[in-house]
Design a protein around this ligand. Structure first.
Ligand code: ZN
Ligand code: ZN
Length: 306
C-alpha cells in the first residue's frame, strides 16, 4: 500500500483520503484494510476512539506510533469535558458523516493553504479558529459556487481533496477576505488557542480550567447574537468571519469584569439569569463560578486579565 507521510497538523480523515487517492481505491476499502472497520461514513474518525485491536494492523502498515496526534481527541478535557462523537460538539465543527449533515457545514478551509498543500488541518475543525494566520484571511465553510459545505472526505478518490463534492469547483480558487496582521480578531484567536493548549486561564490571580471558559463563551456568543438580532439557530452554521467577530465581541464583554458585561445585559434587557443562560440554565455546574455568582448576585468585583 502507498502511504503518503501525514502532515503534523493534518486531520486523520484528510490523511486517510490521501492514502485512498495514492492507491486509487475508495476510502472505505482503505479503512477496512487498515482498521477492519466497516461503515466508514457513519463515523467521525477524527474523534473516534479506536480499540487496541483496531489499531494493530494500522500501526503495522503505517509505522505510525500514535494515531491521536492526528485526531481531535486530544482536546477532550480542554475544550469540552467529554466530546460527544455522535452528538453536537461545543467548539468542533461536525463533519458530513454525522446525522446532522443536512443542517451544518463541515470542515472549514483556507483556500491558500489548500493551494500550497492539499490537506485539511486539524485546527480547521475548531470553531475558535476562524482565521488563517499564515495567509491573513478568514477561513471559509462552504463552496462559493454552489454554497454547499465540504463533504468530507470526498466519496471518490478521483476527486482532488480541494474539489467541491457537489459541483466540482476547485476550492483553492475561492476568493479570500483579507484581515490585517495586527487585527484584534487575530489576537483573540491566539489567546484562545493558548488557553486551549494549556488547559487553563487566569482571572484575578487565580487559575481556572479552560473547559468552563469555553462553555461560557458559547453562552455569551448566543447572548451577543440575540442582542444583534442574528437569527441563526446554530453557531455551527455561522460563517467563520461572523463567528470570529462574535468571539472577539464576547471576550471584550468579559474585560473589566463584571461592569462591561453587566452594562451589556442591562442595555439589552437580559434581565434575569434564565434569559442570560437560556437553555443552559440546567447545566450550571459547567459554568465558571466567578461568572455565575456575578449574574446571580451581582457581587463580584474582579478584574479580567485578558
Ligand atoms: Zn492559509
Ligand atoms: Zn460546489
Amino acid at each position: 500500500m502507498n502511504i503518503p507521510t501525514p502532515y503534523y497538523d493534518e486531520l486523520l480523515t484528510s490523511w486517510l483520503f490521501r492514502i485512498s487517492r495514492a492507491n486509487y481505491t475508495r476510502i472505505s476499502v482503505i479503512v477496512d484494510k487498515l482498521f477492519k472497520l466497516k461503515r466508514f461514513y457513519e463515523r467521525d474518525f477524527d474523534l473516534y476512539n479506536f480499540s487496541k485491536i483496531e489499531l494493530n494492523t494500522f500501526y503495522e502498515i503505517t509505522k505510525l506510533s500514535n494515531i491521536e496526534e492526528l485526531q481531535l481527541r486530544k482536546y477532550n478535557g480542554f475544550l469540552e469535558e467529554n466530546i460527544d462523537i455522535k452528538g453536537r460538539k461545543r467548539w468542533i465543527s461536525p463533519i458530513s458523516s454525522t446525522s446532522y449533515k443536512n443542517i451544518f457545514y463541515s470542515t472549514r478551509f483556507c483556500p491558500k493553504c489548500l493551494e500550497e498543500n492539499n490537506y485539511l488541518k486539524q485546527e480547521w475543525r475548531l470553531m475558535i479558529v476562524n482565521i488563517c494566520e499564515k495567509h491573513l484571511c478568514f477561513l471559509q465553510n462552504h463552496c462559493p459556487n454552489c454554497k454547499k459545505g465540504l463533504k468530507y472526505p470526498n466519496l471518490y478518490y478521483e476527486q482532488k481533496l480541494s474539489e467541491c463534492h457537489n459541483c466540482g469547483f476547485d476550492l483553492i480558487k475561492s476568493e479570500i477576505v483579507k484581515i490585517k496582521s495586527n487585527s484584534f480578531h487575530i489576537k483573540i484567536q491566539e489567546k484562545l488557542l493558548k488557553i486551549l493548549e494549556s488547559g487553563y486561564y487566569k482571572i484575578n490571580q487565580r487559575y481556572y480550567y479552560s473547559i468552563g471558559l469555553f462553555y461560557l463563551l458559547r453562552i455569551i456568543v448566543k447572548n451577543v447574537m440575540k442582542s444583534r438580532n442574528i437569527k441563526i439557530k446554530y453557531i455551527e452554521t455561522l460563517e467563520p468571519r461572523t463567528l470570529s467577530f462574535l468571539l472577539s465581541y464576547s471576550i471584550v464583554l468579559l474585560q473589566n469584569f463584571p461592569s462591561r458585561i453587566n452594562r451589556f445585559y442591562k442595555k439589552n434587557k437580559f434581565s434575569n439569569i434564565n434569559r442570560i443562560l437560556d437553555k443552559y440554565r440546567y447545566e450550571k455546574q459547567n459554568i465558571p463560578a466567578w461568572y455565575l455568582s456575578n449574574i446571580q448576585y451581582n457581587t463580584i468585583s474582579t478584574r479580567w486579565y485578558f
